[in-house]
Ligand binder design. Structure first.
Ligand code: OOG
Ligand code: NI
Length: 470
C-alpha cells in the first residue's frame, strides 16, 4: 500500500472511538470502573451460555462486543448539526432515524450517526446520539434571543478539523497522516471545557428555563455527555453497580428481561459534578458547578418489524399509563412487575417472532442445506418456512442498532435530576430537523428490512430455490 492511500472510514471510526474512550476514561473515572464491570459480566455470561457465544460468533458480533459503545452530544444551532454530519461522514457514520424528545419535556430533537452497512457495523458499530436544541420551545422571548446570540458567537470545530473535513470531501478520503490529525482535531470538539462562555448570572437564568438549555448554550462545545458500553446482561450489571460505588437510576428503560432480548434496554447513573469558571469569576475561585456527564449501559436485542414495534409501543404505553414512577423512584418495583406482566403478550421465542413477522432475521444456508442443494435434493419451490423447519436454512436475529425515544427521554430526565416519568404531547418536526442537517435521515426499519431481504435472496440463490415466502 502506498503511503498516500486513503485510510478506510471504518478505520478512522475505530481510531476515533478508541481515542474518545481514552479521553472519557480520564475525564470521568467511573466510566473506567463501569467498563471493567461490563467486561467481567460479559465474560461470565459467555462462559455460562455457550449457545449465546456461538450465535454471537456466527454473526460476527463476538469481536465487536468489547469495542462497542455509543455516545451522545447536544448541539445548539443548525450550522453545528450540518457540519457535524460532514464530520461524522468522514468516519462512515450517517444519520439514521428521527427522535422527538419533546415527549419528555426536553426541548430537543435528535438523530443517531452510525455506520449503515453490515460490514461496517461488524468492524465497529460506534454511534453518537446527536440532539439539536429547539430554541423555539423557549417561551421567554428575551431569553431566547440571548441564547441565540451567545450561540451565534461560537464555533465548535477547530480550524484544522474544518480543513480536513473539506479535504476528505474534495479528495474522497484522508491519508494516514491526515486521518490521525483529523481524529485529534475532531476530539477537541467533544472535550469538556471548564471555562464557561457566560457569567454565572446568565448561566443561572438559562438553567432556570431548562437545565438542558444551560448545558448546550453556556459552553464552548458539545462535550460528550456519556459513553455507553454494551453488556450481555444488563440486570447483572445494574445489580453489581452499587458494589463498585455506582448508583444507577431507578429502573432499566425499555422492554423487560426476556429469554429473547428485543430492541434495547438501558440504564444510567449520574457521574460527575464539574467545577466551572464563569466569565468574571476571580482567577483563584470557582463559584459554580454543572452536572453534564453521566454513565450508561445498554443491552441490545433483535430489531423489530413495524408490527413488532407497534406491539412494543402499545405494551410500554399501557405499562406507563398503569404505573408512573415517582421522583424518588420508590415505586420502581411496581413498574417492573407491571412491565413484565404486560409483556407476556409479546412472544418470547425466536421461531414465533419470525413466523409472525414481529422481528428481523438474517438468513443463511446450513451445511445440510448446501449438501442437499449439491445433490439436487431440494425442490426449487420449497417455501422458506419449510426450508427452516427442514434445517436447510438458518435464521439469526438482526441486532437493533438504533435508539428508543421513550427510553432516551427517561435517560435525559434521570440525568436532569429526576426519575419521574413525564408523558408530554408530541411536537415532531422532522422536516425542520432535516433542513438543519442538510440531508434526510435514513429510515431504520427500511435498513433492517433491506438486510433481511438481501440475506434471504442470497441464501435462496445459493440453495437454488425460488423465493416462496410462506
Ligand atoms: C442523550 C440521551 C439519550 C440514549 O442512549 O438513549 C441516549 C442525552 O442525554 O444527550 O443517549
Ligand atoms: Ni445513551
Amino acid at each position: 500500500m502506498s503511503t498516500d492511500a486513503f485510510v478506510h472510514p471504518d478505520e478512522i471510526r475505530s481510531m476515533f472511538s478508541s481515542a474518545m474512550s481514552d479521553m472519557y476514561r480520564s475525564e470521568v473515572p467511573q466510566y473506567g470502573t463501569l467498563m471493567e464491570l461490563v467486561y467481567e459480566i460479559n465474560q461470565n455470561k459467555l462462559e455460562a451460555n455457550p449457545k449465546l457465544a456461538d450465535s454471537l460468533e456466527y454473526n460476527g458480533e463476538l469481536e465487536r462486543i468489547d469495542l462497542e459503545r455509543h455516545g451522545a452530544i447536544r448541539l445548539g444551532k443548525p450550522e453545528e448539526l450540518f457540519n457535524m454530519r460532514r464530520l461524522f461522514a468522514v468516519m462512515g457514520m450517517h444519520p439514521v432515524g428521527y427522535y422527538d424528545l419533546s415527549v419528555a419535556g426536553v426541548p430537543v430533537h435528535s438523530t443517531a450517526f452510525r455506520p449503515i452497512d453490515e460490514e461496517a457495523l461488524k468492524r465497529n458499530p460506534f454511534r453518537v446520539f446527536t440532539s439539536l436544541l429547539r430554541l423555539e420551545l423557549i417561551e421567554d422571548e428575551d431569553l431566547r434571543h440571548q441564547a441565540e446570540s451567545i450561540l451565534a458567537k461560537r464555533n465548535i470545530f477547530t480550524a484544522d478539523a474544518t480543513k480536513l473535513i473539506y479535504l476528505a470531501e474534495k479528495n474522497g478520503g484522508l491519508t494516514r497522516i491526515q486521518a490521525e490529525q483529523f481524529v485529534a482535531e475532531a476530539l477537541e470538539t467533544f472535550r469538556w471545557h471548564s471555562d464557561a462562555t457566560v457569567t454565572l448570572e446568565t448561566y443561572q437564568k438559562l438553567h432556570d428555563a431548562h437545565r438542558l438549555i444551560a448545558d448546550v448554550v453556556c459552553f464552548k462545545g458539545p462535550h460528550i455527555n456519556h459513553l455507553t458500553p454494551r453488556t450481555l446482561d444488563i440486570d447483572a450489571v445494574q445489580q453489581d453497580m452499587p458494589k463498585r460505588g455506582i448508583t444507577p437510576k431507578a429502573i432499566v428503560e425499555g422492554p423487560p428481561a426476556r429469554s429473547c432480548p428485543i430492541l434495547l434496554r438501558q440504564t444510567s447513573f449520574k457521574a460527575l459534578e464539574e467545577r466551572v469558571n464563569f466569565i468574571g469569576d476571580r482567577r483563584d475561585e470557582t463559584l459554580g458547578t454543572h452536572t453534564a456527564r453521566f454513565g450508561e449501559i445498554e443491552q441490545r436485542g433483535i430489531a423489530l418489524t413495524a408490527e413488532g414495534r407497534k406491539l412494543y409501543d402499545t405494551l410500554l404505553a399501557a405499562t406507563r399509563h398503569a404505573v408512573q414512577i415517582n421522583a424518588g423512584g420508590s415505586n420502581a418495583r411496581d413498574y417492573e412487575t407491571e412491565l413484565a406482566d404486560r409483556f407476556r403478550a409479546f412472544p418470547d421465542d425466536y421461531e414465533t417472532l419470525r413466523v409472525e413477522k414481529l422481528a428481523f432475521f438474517r438468513y443463511s444456508p446450513t451445511k445440510a442445506g448446501l449438501s442437499a442443494a449439491k445433490k439436487g435434493d431440494l425442490d426449487p419451490a420449497t417455501p422458506v418456512n419449510e426450508l427452516v423447519d427442514q434445517g436447510y436454512l438458518r435464521a439469526d436475529p438482526i441486532i437493533y442498532e438504533d435508539f428508543l425515544p421513550v427510553s432516551a427521554a427517561g435517560i435525559f430526565q434521570s440525568n436532569l435530576g429526576s426519575d419521574e416519568q413525564k408523558n408530554y404531547s408530541e411536537q415532531s418536526n422532522q422536516d425542520v430537523f432535516e433542513q438543519c442537517l442538510g440531508a434526510p435521515v435514513s429510515d431504520e426499519l427500511a435498513l433492517y428490512a433491506g438486510l433481511e431481504h438481501a440475506s434471504l435472496a442470497d441464501a435462496l440463490k445459493t440453495l437454488g430455490v425460488r423465493k416462496n415466502v410462506a
